[in-house]
Design a protein around this ligand. Structure first.
Ligand code: AVI
Length: 319
């Protein structure tokens, strides 16, 4: 990407952020799309979250993958075209690729071109004979894979990390249907999903003792200050993790301790004491609910691998 393209993309991103902030803060209850949590600082903080003692998903999923690499590789088949949605899974991708006998092609998809190139380079170094074809796309929106991808070799979608849970139900179903379309008639997919469990474990995972998740959440306000020149009393906002039983989701909220005003892009938004901005939902599934979603989006759920405590699952889907 040229320097001018990069500046153009940044300007477009900032404009989209501004529009989402104005829209989200005008709503009742106030909300912001969780994708804005991930600027450079937010992504760094998320990396830190994945290593926290309370945040079980990453290490549990990696453990399952290591344990079940052979069976998971068998689902993809020896000459798989592996299509990964979001290219940030690093070690998890490497475990799968290392277990495949002769992968035909690896197609990482990510919205951030720079990040995508860096991960593609890492994979090329680790697997010198492997063809890698990165695709820049927002996988939460409709898009087609490049028409010149090889037609032979079974296509397998790989979506680890339980990111499915950050999508709304409609978005998640649309995502699954899109992946089904991408892999075609004899395609398969492997998804990582976080399972329902006791509320204390869930809330601790999203409100850790070291305050890293709080910093991750509050960074969205700091981003508003940095990028949009927002005027807001940062110290008046506190991070809170809540369980929403109806949605089966842990929600992150920024709570205004006292009544205050947030001004951004020429608009002012009043907060009552205790009012919140809902910044993320992280849905937790059980196998029945997942099987239902698979069914609704043109898949059937085949295998489920989990850890000894039933915290997390990897599931395979077939077209
Ligand atoms: C990226 N995603 C799967 C994380 C999750 O667990 O929902 C994001 C996260 N938010 C707070 N902690 C982690």
């Amino acid at each position: 990407m040229s320097m001018l393209d990069r500046i153009d993309t940044l300007a477009q991103q900032r404009e989209a952020f501004r529009a989402d902030v104005l829209d989200g803060l005008s709503r009742t209850p106030k909300t912001l799309p969780s994708r804005w949590l991930y600027d450079d600082r937010g992504s760094e903080l998320f990396e830190e979250i994945t290593a926290l003692p309370e945040y079980y998903p990453t290490r549990t999923e990696t453990g399952i993958l290591k344990e079940q690499a052979g069976e998971i590789a068998a689902v993809f088949g020896p000459q798989a075209v592996l299509i990964e949605y979001g290219a940030g899974a690093g070690i998890k991708t490497e475990i799968v690729l290392a277990a495949l006998a002769a992968p035909r092609l690896y197609v990482p998809i990510d919205i951030s071109g720079d990040f995508l190139e860096a991960s593609a380079e890492r994979i090329r170094k680790r697997f010198p004979g492997l063809a890698v074809e990165p695709v820049v796309a927002d996988f939460t929106a409709e898009f087609d894979l490049p028409g010149d991808l090889p037609q032979d070799g079974r296509r397998g979608g790989f979506f680890p990390g339980s990111t499915l849970g950050n999508l709304g139900r409609r978005e998640a179903l649309a995502f699954l249907a899109r992946m089904r379309r991408h892999v075609g008639e004899d395609g398969v997919a492997v998804l990582g999903v976080d399972l329902k469990k006791d509320i204390d474990t869930l809330l601790a995972a999203y409100d850790d003792a070291a305050g890293v998740t709080a910093a991750f959440d509050i960074n969205i306000l700091e981003r508003m200050q940095r990028e949009l020149g927002a005027d807001l009393p940062l110290d008046n906002f506190a991070h809170e993790a809540r369980w929403n039983g109806e949605a089966s989701a842990v929600e992150m909220h920024l709570v205004a301790r006292d009544a205050c005003t947030l001004s951004v892009a020429g608009r002012s938004f009043a907060f009552e004491a205790g009012e919140t901005i809902h910044t993320e939902s992280s849905r937790k599934y059980d196998v029945e609910a997942l099987a239902g979603m698979a069914d609704e989006s043109g898949w059937s759920l085949d295998k489920v691998w989990t850890d000894p405590h039933g915290l997390f699952a990897l599931v395979s889907l077939s077209a």
